[in-house]
Design a protein around this ligand. Structure first.
Ligand code: ATP
Length: 210
């Protein structure tokens, strides 16, 4: 089923569709058309149909999609049907905000461990999780079967942390540090550079105002 190369933009829209479907499901709605999904998330109906067509036919012509089935299917495609364990490295302002973000848990991401190298933070308990020293990454990550790590340390510490995570067998990294990380090709790496995103906005605003 996954032999086709799925564009990343499609994957990101699937995530948006899935959040919308979960909301619709909670309201007790049984079936939905591609037009309704499109309107709900702000894309064209043709785009919704095209995105879903990558994964085969699941709508019934004239009836639409069964909300629960479609939602389940999309969660499976996104690898979210079983839930994922997540480690957080660096419990400064951003790390703390992420550690208390309900959206992770709601989407099946379970924070299993938190690391920092500041002796004043090691030993703190956040949402029932004890902050451990980064020296323990290699021991704890496999022990707690954690596949994904979010890096929220300063830029100059991020590569060292990434190296430790790779040694510990992590499969994917969400990097919030504003620095380019070198990791082996088999590691899934995504960068979330908040300043870059803001600068895209200011560029667009500037462009519009010029
Ligand atoms: P705070 O002032 O509370 O540390 P902050 O968000 O300003 O908050 P940063 O300097 O961005 O802090 O650091 C984020 C976190 O990363 C801090 O908790 C810091 O102790 C931790 N940190 C810094 N260097 C490392 C490292 N090499 N390994 C692990 N954690 C680190």
């Amino acid at each position: 089923m996954k032999t086709l190369k799925i564009p990343e933009a499609t994957i990101m829209r699937l995530s948006v569709y899935s959040r919308y479907l979960s909301e619709i499901d909670r309201k007790g709605i049984i079936t939905i058309s591609s037009g309704d999904i499109a309107e709900g998330v702000g894309v064209s109906p043709a785009q919704v149909r095209k995105d879903l067509a990558y994964f085969g036919e699941f709508g019934i012509r004239g009836v639409g999609y069964n909300v629960k089935d479609l939602h389940r299917h999309i969660l499976k495609i996104l690898g979210l049907s079983e839930g994922w364990n997540l480690a957080l490295i660096g419990i400064g302002n951003l790390g703390l905000a992420l550690s208390t973000y309900r959206g992770f848990k709601d989407r099946g991401f379970n924070i299993t461990c938190i690391f920092d190298n500041n002796p004043e933070k090691v030993g703190m308990v956040i949402n029932g999780i004890e902050v451990l020293h980064t020296d323990k990454i290699e021991e704890i990550i496999p022990q707690r079967k954690t596949q994904i790590a979010a890096i929220t340390v300063p830029a100059d510490a991020a590569q060292d942390v990434a190296d430790k995570l790779v040694k510990a067998g992590i499969k994917a990294i969400l990097n919030f540090a504003p620095v380019v990380l070198n990791v082996p090709p088999e590691i899934e790496l995504r960068n979330v550079d908040l300043a870059v995103n803001l600068e895209v906005l200011t560029f667009n605003l500037g462009g519009r105002m010029a």
